[in-house]
Write a protein that binds this ligand. Structure first.
Ligand SMILES: *Cc1c(COP(=O)(O)O)cnc(C)c1O
Length: 367
């Protein structure tokens, strides 16, 4: 028997979460963001559940080619754009769209020898200060692209830095949205602005012809702890499950694991779970982080090691060797442990845990 740890991908949850987006922005095209191998889920694994989206967004040419190999013929956009002039040949071959965020990328397009016609997404930097043209440079860049033979269409693009929160005590998007609107005033072309947080929190205010839905599709709340997945009606699309492989009875003052980090104050029954940081469960996860055993909530104890961690079974009398442990996601009886609640135990976000599942974990798909 293989080691009992498994990551389960839930197609029904992906479909449900996509439907949530459609309901919120019925007039927008929904691009499913599948960068980082679909947030750690595996592009091939999520594709059957997300192939009713209007397009896909990602970063790597390799990942784009994998989508084409699956038979996807619709739009694909490279969110970081091309990394060299050479990439344009691949984009032409595989019919890929891409963002344009730098003068170098415009030059590569101008020098491209073939009359390929690209749909490009011109990115404005409205304050995130990672990628894009400053508002005062934007029109000149737009004009250059508009004059470029290789360009078929130009979509205006921006990315909010604070759609999930407030910005200096104000609504997180007001200033950047206003700057964007003002800067593209009277330029033709469609617009793409919203990520998950903007879709969920600001759909009334933001007019986005294409939305770029990432984390919410995977059942993590972009503005946790302000809102949970229950508040947003999202379902976990990935469950990390394992089993109890050993049980220890502790008397008061005995300790658990490396560094003897946890000391029992009373008699306790603890379970050892086949899951450790080499599976992607973070080593710095604090004692007290939630876990489900046989569907019952309990908590981690002591330091997470490479292959194992300990959980409290004192109050779970039906737990034994082989009992199901849910590290995040859904139990086989449908109890939910939100990945956001687990991520909080190591000071991170659901995004990082999903992306961090390691190669030795086997995946299974539930349709
Ligand atoms: C990753 C990414 C998104 C998706 O963000 P989520 O918070 O996961 O919805 C959208 N747009 C761009 C440019 C991105 O890089």
């Amino acid at each position: 028997m293989p080691r009992p740890i498994q990551a389960i991908i839930h197609h029904d949850a992906l479909r449900h979460n996509l439907a949530v987006v459609r309901k919120i922005v019925p007039d927008s095209q929904v691009f499913a963001v599948v960068k980082a191998n679909a947030y750690g889920h595996g592009i091939e694994r999520v594709f059957p559940a997300l192939n009713c989206s209007d397009g896909f967004a990602l970063l790597d040419l390799d990942e784009a080619k994998r989508l084409r190999a699956l038979g996807w013929q619709g739009p694909i956009i490279l969110l970081e754009g091309i990394f060299s002039a050479q990439d344009l040949f691949d984009c032409a071959n595989d019919k890929l769209s891409f963002s344009i965020h730098s003068a170098a990328q415009i030059q590569w397009l101008q020098q491209h020898p073939n009359p390929a016609q690209f749909d490009v997404f011109l990115k404005m930097n409205t304050g995130m200060n990672r990628l894009g043209f400053k508002p005062e440079q934007y029109r000149a860049a737009w004009q250059q692209l508009n004059d470029c033979a290789a360009v078929k269409s130009i979509t205006h693009m921006m990315h909010f830095s604070d759609a999930d929160s407030d910005r200096f005590g104000k609504n997180g998007i007001d200033e950047q949205l206003e700057l964007f609107n003002r800067s593209i005033e009277d330029l033709p072309g469609k617009r793409t602005l919203s990520n998950s947080a903007a879709i969920l929190r600001h759909a009334q205010q933001v007019d986005s012809d294409h939305v770029r839905a990432g984390i919410l599709l995977y059942g993590s709340s972009p503005d946790y702890p302000t809102h949970s997945i229950v508040d947003w009606d999202l379902q976990p699309s990935m469950s990390l499950r394992s089993e109890i492989i050993a049980i220890q009875d502790l008397t008061a003052d005995e300790t658990i694991g490396y560094g003897s980090l946890f000391r029992a104050e009373k008699n306790m029954r603890i379970g050892i779970v086949a899951c450790g940081y080499a599976d992607g469960y973070q080593r710095i996860t604090a004692t007290g982080t939630p876990v489900l055993v046989n569907g019952t909530p309990t908590q981690t104890l002591g330091r997470v090691s490479m292959d194992m961690l300990a959980v409290d079974l004192t109050h779970i009398t039906n737990a034994d060797i082989g009992s199901e442990v849910v590290l995040w996601g859904k139990s086989s009886c449908q109890q939910v442990l939100a990945i956001d609640d687990v991520a909080a135990g190591s000071g991170t976000v659901g995004y990082e845990l999903m992306c961090g599942i390691t190669n030795r974990v086997n995946f299974k798909i539930e349709t």
